[in-house]
Design a protein around this ligand. Structure first.
Ligand SMILES: NC(=O)c1ccc[n+]([C@@H]2O[C@H](COP(=O)([O-])OP(=O)(O)OC[C@H]3O[C@@H](n4cnc5c(N)ncnc54)[C@H](O)[C@@H]3O)[C@@H](O)[C@H]2O)c1
Ligand SMILES: O=C/C=C/C=C(\O)C(=O)O
Length: 486
């Protein structure tokens, strides 16, 4: 079992302190690998390497050269698809059926899409009159921001890390990545692919460790980092925002949510059930865009509850290698404790447990895994913590509503504003409701359909900024206007 080291200036290096932490397989609780924990020295070395690389070959490359290399990175991920798939599923426990269709393909796509976008998105120019009559020409150019600190979560490790690294590199920046301590492997493996693709040393750097008083905090405190892009919990986002304020560094924050699903009586019930199943249980409910609270028009409420119960009880719980499995474990026993505490809170607050609510019986070889039952509740008051807090597990509360106004008010009742899913075949109504739901990302009669050109991000306490399409270019570049007197 190979230790996982930092990737700094094109080399895998261990921590000077020799400190290591465990990387555990959440499907069975067994040790996968030991991981080096970065101290301030390793973070400083990574930032210095990234800063130096801006002035090296990377900073002198033409756009064509840089984007060709990023296409080679994408091709490199695809060439080693099975290695990335194995690593991601070992770290997360997620079914290979999901990671092979979502996580790994998006890891490659996130490089290709932004390599192409940076070549094709224009900037603006303006001719202006001047008193002497000769006029002037204004034109804008994009320049890299510099060294970008990338801090990523454990739920979609490769996808969410490359969602930031892809556009950051496409725009000519260099990066220092601090992946989640729960899921270090694919971020580490990407260093080999970067090297093979010809990414110059120091452009892509990885330091491993935890958050507060560890690698994450050392990175956000480092004065030579020019901007931060963070995906994670809202509380962590607040801490990172404070750290970035010292030295006035820009931030992009993609944070937590407690997204509402709205199911109207005029929906296509088959679509609504299929979509709600995915938005509640995909990735074991560990998707920030998922719906942990679903409001259903009263006239179809009982039918919806009964059909969702039947579908949830049809989920196949199992480890990544089980081709039939469509529900894996949670990412860790620690996270399972959090989810099970909400399962208990639901009972304490008077919920009706429609299905689940506990831990499934698993074969002996999996008994050490972070398994939980997919769970559906009804009957909770809207002020229950089960309704107001992000749980980030395979659970959903169903509540009836009577009017469109009531549904919108319920959806907007929390300080979060990340995503929502609206189910109605009346497209006029769907447009009307979508325009009033306070969320950054809204799906109508669908869920998690992703066009990478679109603005992606949360409002209210679910984030700051938008990434995706030109919005990523806005964040990862400094726009410069040049005015030439003619
Ligand atoms: N909005 C989105 O697009 C999006 C996407 C995925 C996940 N999320 C959110 O992420 C959360 C789950 O991921 P998580 O548990 O890894 O989140 P988390 O906030 O606990 O950790 C995220 C990352 O931040 C690091 N970190 C923690 N404290 C830090 C600190 N003080 N300074 C610097 N870095 C620190 C962690 O080590 C990890 O790498 C959920 O709330 C989910 O909603 C949001
Ligand atoms: O868990 C959150 C998922 C985020 C997904 C994306 O950022 C994406 O699809 O680009």
């Amino acid at each position: 079992m190979k230790d996982i080291k930092h990737y700094i200036n094109g080399q895998y290096v261990g921590s000077a302190s020799g400190k290591l932490f465990d990387n555990v397989n959440p499907a069975n609780g067994k040790l996968i690998s030991k991981v080096h924990e970065a101290g301030r020295d390793e973070v400083d070395a990574a930032v210095k390497a990234a800063k130096a690389a801006l002035r090296g070959p990377w900073g002198r490359m033409t756009l064509e050269e840089r984007t060709s290399i990023l296409h080679r990175v994408a091709d490199g991920i695809n060439a080693r698809f099975d290695e990335f798939l194995e690593a991601e599923c070992l770290d997360t426990g997620k079914p290979k059926s999901m990671a092979s269709h979502i996580d790994i393909p998006r890891g490659a796509a996130n490089f290709k899409v932004f390599a192409d976008m940076i070549k094709n998105v224009p900037t603006e120019s303006f001719e202006m009159p001047t008193p002497d009559g000769t006029g002037a020409l204004n034109y804008a150019v994009r320049r890299p921001k510099g060294v970008i600190g990338v801090i990523s979560p454990w739920n979609l490790p490769l996808l969410l890390m490359t969602w930031k690294v892809g556009p950051a590199l496409a725009c000519g920046n260099t990066v220092v990545v601090k992946p989640s301590e729960e899921t270090p492997t694919t971020t580490a493996l990407l260093g080999e692919v970067m090297k093979e693709a010809g990414v110059p040393d120091g452009v892509y750097n990885v330091v491993h460790g935890f958050g507060g008083d560890s690698a994450g905090a050392f990175l956000t405190e480092h004065p030579q980092v020019d901007g931060f892009t963070f995906t994670g919990e809202t509380g962590t986002g607040e801490v990172i925002m404070k750290a970035a304020a010292k030295g006035i560094r820009d931030i992009s924050l993609e944070l937590g949510g407690k997204n509402a699903g709205l199911v109207f009586a005029d929906c296509d019930m088959d679509k609504a059930i299929e979509g709600t199943m995915r938005s509640a249980f995909a990735n074991c409910g560990q998707v920030c865009l998922g719906t942990e609270r679903v409001y259903v028009e009263r006239s179809i409420f009982d039918e919806f509850v009964s059909r969702l119960k039947e579908a949830a009880e049809g989920l196949k719980i199992g480890p990544p290698d089980d081709a039939e499995a469509n529900l894996g474990p949670l990412v860790s026993l620690k996270h399972r404790e959090k989810v099970l505490s909400y399962y208990q809170k639901a009972v304490d607050d008077g919920a009706t447990v429609i299905t689940g609510g506990g831990v499934p019986d698993m074969p002996a070889e999996l008994a050490g895994g972070a398994w939980v039952q997919p769970t559906i509740w009804t009957g909770l008051p809207e002020d229950s913590a089960v309704i107001t807090d992000e749980i980030f597990g395979p659970c959903v509360h169903l509540c009836p509503f009577d009017t469109e106004e009531e549904a919108i008010e319920l959806a907007n009742s929390l300080p979060y504003g990340l995503a929502s899913a609206i189910w109605s075949e009346n497209i006029t109504r769907a447009h009307r409701v979508a325009g009033q739901v306070e969320a950054g990302i809204i799906w109508v009669n669908s869920w998690f359909l992703r066009d990478l050109r679109t603005p992606f991000g949360g409002s209210k306490q679910s984030g700051i900024g938008r990434e995706g399409g030109v919005h990523s270019l806005e964040f990862y570049t400094e726009m410069k206007n040049i005015c030439v007197k003619l």
